[in-house]
Design a protein. Structure first.
Length: 267
């Protein structure tokens, strides 16, 4: 899975568009002019609170429903707060939620990095405020990583539906150009809470994933948590993509710590 600055098609390490295109593409496709209604629009993220809007590339697909008019909107993700060297890094997002990842040991925390997948000109899924682990571990794959954390928003749906549908989208994202899809095993839903608000968690094992290189992973675990957002979208969908068959893979305990760190940005 590629995190930094490109879109990927069908789960294969093919550089489709610069992330600039993804960011705004999600924005345009999602909700008429900004980011949140797209099933996966963290693509509007930019690395600053100001700037000239980009022109989004044309992507097929009907525009998703917009968020409620009275819902607060955050145009750009807040910058990373300053921390002491080596301390865990809080990562704020456009949804009024924050998560925490390590700031060392192979991690690259970011509040404005994005990642996503397209197929035949259609956006499958995209995430913003992406932090990654083990970046560029596979020399044969540009932008490879061992794990990635991100978030997106959904409207006109409930948390359980949004969480479950994310697995279907990831299955499609990891389907190769020949139509070969990964084998998917789903666990959940598990009822949980995020800052005293109800949330739903699913876990999916995606195996027999087509590899872009010998060092690429053929097995991925997708962790999805959906809960009511505080801004930008009705539902926030938080994901951790964990590659399983790579050296020094992210541990399940580390994933649980990241998922457990998700909270209101005001806490």
């Amino acid at each position: 899975m590629r995190v930094i600055d490109v879109l990927r098609r069908g789960g294969i390490a093919v550089q489709l568009v610069k992330i600039a295109g993804l960011l705004v593409a999600a924005v345009a496709v999602l909700q008429v002019a900004t980011w949140v209604g797209n099933p996966y629009t963290d693509s509007d993220e930019s690395s600053g609170a100001t700037g000239t809007p980009w022109t989004a590339p044309s992507l097929r697909g009907s525009a998703p429903p917009p968020p409620p008019a009275d819902l607060p909107r955050i145009e750009f993700p807040p910058p990373l707060p300053a921390i002491r060297q080596g301390a865990p890094q809080p990562v704020p997002t456009r949804y009024g939620l924050t998560y925490t990842v390590p700031s060392s040991r192979g991690w690259r925390p970011s509040s404005d990095r994005t990642m996503g997948w397209t197929s035949d000109g259609e956006l499958i899924t995209a995430y913003g405020s992406v932090s990654d682990y083990g970046y560029d571990y596979c020399p044969a794959l540009d932008g490879s990583d061992k794990a990635a954390v991100g978030i997106t928003g959904r409207n006109a749906t409930d948390a359980a539906t949004a969480a479950r549908s994310e697995i279907d989208r990831m299955e499609r994202a990891l389907t190769d150009d020949t139509g070969r899809a990964p084998r998917v095993t789903v666990s959940g839903p598990v009822q949980t809470e995020v800052s005293s608000r109800s949330a739903v968690r699913y876990t999916a094992e995606l195996t027999e994933v087509s590899k872009g290189a010998d060092c690429d992973a053929a097995a991925v675990r997708l962790h999805v948590v959906a809960t009511a957002a505080y801004a930008t979208a009705e539902v926030a969908v938080f994901v951790v993509l964990q590659k399983l068959d790579v050296p020094d893979a992210l541990s399940d305990d580390a994933v649980d710590a990241i998922v457990g760190s998700l909270r209101s940005s005001n806490h």
